[in-house]
Design a protein around this ligand. Structure first.
Ligand SMILES: Nc1ncnc2c1ncn2[C@@H]1O[C@H](COP(=O)(O)OP(=O)(O)OP(=O)(O)O)[C@@H](O)[C@H]1O
Ligand SMILES: [Mg+2]
Length: 398
């Protein structure tokens, strides 16, 4: 497993912070100052591990805060919190406040850079249009005295590999929104009893950094398996998420925080949760037009030509999800590159320099390339599975 410098620094930082707070409580200001100085250094390492410049900047503010605190303690001067550290009427930081701060850092770890755009999605045109419209209605100016409420949460459900995650990433990417990517099962296992605090901090950060997209993947993990009983912690996190979906906590108009839940097994969600989603959108296997668009994205736009016509490929990929079409294209391309560059392996044996000077040869994808690909990549959704989705959709919407 790769060692993550940022995570290591953060773990050490938390220990140093505890030492600092303990020392401060005991009145050992010299020790406290030294520990805060360590906090600053460790937080600096943690800050520089962030990919996103905005996140880095935000974290660097806290570095300064710990330095100032150490300096104040050393010189016995009352310490003045940095503007970013002032929260509410309380100026001094109790250890409870620092826990909220810890969640804020955890939340910022969920922020993900995305370069995906609408154009990277084949099909799903209605869904893209619906999301754009919700965004436009939320942010555009309305005539005085006119209120138009647009929806701010959506559940995407459907078979694996049909573009649910892609859609969430493209929404954030195209709207230039912050993308918080959360796997609900991870959230529950990693933070268990504290998950609901993390959710609260997550929504607070998303509002502050609006526009934001919060993607809650594997949403069904919120519903515990039948018969397993539900713990207090689980009930708390469900009710926190439900309150956020209801928008009880959001009243400001200019904020755009879109929650996108996703699941392959919508029938596991109970009605209390389901009813909170203003939109439930079935993301189906792609129809012929969508398959054509997906094939273009993964073949034509990548510069490949094919001996098989587009119409034939569209016909033969009936039943394939977007992910499988992508795999199919990759396998065909791999077969072509192998065929057209039989000497590549020998060149690799000659060392890096030789490889860098080698020019890859490209040919149109042949029937044989596709035969290999169709043999290797088979669709996983079958009629029984698809039937389950349509039955459920009918029951849920009907
Ligand atoms: N509509 C599409 N257009 C273009 N590419 C697609 C499409 N659907 C899927 N893909 C390709 O398949 C990959 C996987 O799709 P994605 O992760 O969005 O599926 P998913 O619906 O989230 O699946 P799961 O339910 O398993 O999480 C994408 O990264 C993309 O390369
Ligand atoms: Mg997904």
């Amino acid at each position: 497993m790769p060692i993550n410098i940022g995570e290591m620094a953060y773990a050490e930082f938390k220990k140093a912070l505890k030492r600092a707070e303990d020392a401060l409580r005991k009145g050992q200001t010299g020790d406290a100052a030294a520990a805060y100085r360590q906090c600053a250094e460790l937080y600096r390492q943690y800050a520089s591990s962030a990919n996103d410049p905005a996140v880095r900047r935000q974290r660097m503010e806290r570095v300064q805060f710990y330095q100032e605190k150490a300096h104040a303690l050393d010189n016995n001067i009352p310490y003045e919190p940095a503007p970013s550290e002032r929260r509410g009427p309380k100026a001094s930081r109790s250890s409870e406040e620092s826990t909220t701060d810890d969640y804020e850092s955890e939340v910022l770890n969920l922020l993900q850079q995305t370069s995906v755009r609408w154009a990277d999605i084949g099909g799903l045109e209605d869904t893209k249009a619906a999301i754009k419209s919700a965004y436009g209605l939320a942010l555009a100016r309305k005539p005085d005295g006119i209120e138009i409420s647009s929806w701010h949460n959506v559940l995407l459900y459907g078979p694996p590999g049909t573009g649910k995650t892609l859609l969430a990433a493209a929404t954030a990417g195209s709207l230039d929104a912050n993308f918080f990517n959360v796997k609900v099962s991870n959230l529950l296992s990693k933070y268990f009893g504290e998950s609901s605090k993390l959710i609260t901090a997550l929504y607070a950060a998303a509002r502050k950094m609006s526009p934001s997209v919060i993607f809650l993947d594997e949403f069904e993990s919120l519903t515990p398996p039948r018969g397993s009983g539900e713990s207090g912690a689980e009930r708390r996190i469900v009710s926190t998420i439900l309150a956020e979906l209801d928008g009880l906590a959001t009243k400001e108009d200019e904020n755009f925080v879109l929650t996108m839940g996703a699941t392959n097994v919508p029938w596991l969600l109970d009605t209390a949760i389901l009813s909170r989603f203003q939109r439930r959108i079935y993301v189906p296997l792609p129809d012929p037009a969508a398959r054509k668009a997906i094939l273009k994205i993964h073949l034509t736009k990548r510069g490949h030509k094919s001996a098989l016509g587009m119409d034939e490929l569209v016909r033969r990929t009936d039943g394939y999800a977007g992910r499988e079409i992508e795999q199919l294209c990759q396998t065909a391309v791999a077969s072509m590159t192998q065929r057209a560059n039989p000497d590549l392996l020998t060149v690799v044996d000659q060392g890096q320099e030789a490889v860098r000077n080698y020019h890859i040869r490209i040919e149109p994808l042949s029937e044989e390339d596709f035969r290999t690909a169709f043999d290797q990549v088979q669709p996983i959704a079958d009629a029984v599975m698809l039937r389950k989705y349509s039955d459920w959709a009918q029951k849920a919407e009907g």
